[in-house]
Design a protein around this ligand. Sequence first.
Ligand code: HEM
Ligand code: ISQ
Length: 155
Amino acid sequence: MGFTDKQEALVKDSWEFMKQDDIPQLSLRFFSLILEIAPAAKNMFSFLKDSDELPQNNPKLKAHAVKVFKMTCESAIQLREKREVVVGETTLKYLGSIHLQKGVADPHFEVVKEALLRTVEEAMGKKWNDEMKEAWAEAYDQLAAAIKAEMHAEA
Ligand code: HEM
Ligand code: ISQ
């Protein structure tokens, strides 16, 4: 299924709405949910390995999580227009190689998807609905597929 104009608008609008919130806080929530769903994932992240430090106090984690969050939204728009995603310095090629290098496998993407959808759901509160969920799921799936394609191309 492709990404429709309507879905693009839904993702854009909800992203604008969430920006009024505390994005670093949402990003931490996003990451906490990933660890809640898959505790073992902790060891994959260089900024968490061997540390008992609460994620709350981890600036590196915040920066990463904000970036991931932002990419999902941007990619929804960018992938459709130019089949490429660039956010800041980060390209799809880079994302493919970093995830391959860290040992990320296809099933992990479902975990991150679930965590992302729950984060947006919580942030949107009463505004959240099925249509919005579909739009975010589609945006994420497209980005995930693009990253996986790079991973498989390199493997
Ligand atoms: C690194 C985004 C899926 C685990 C990164 C980075 C980005 C990113 C932007 C680089 C961070 C930076 O250098 O600033 C994404 C996006 C995903 C996705 C957009 C899905 C669409 C996943 C999945 C996993 C994962 C499914 C597995 C649990 C990691 C790890 C790193 C990383 C372990 C390296 C972190 C480090 O130690 O420096 N990801 N990611 N990512 N990602 Fe993902
Ligand atoms: C990297 N890849 C996927 C999800 C993430 C969440 C928080 C920090 C870094 C991440």
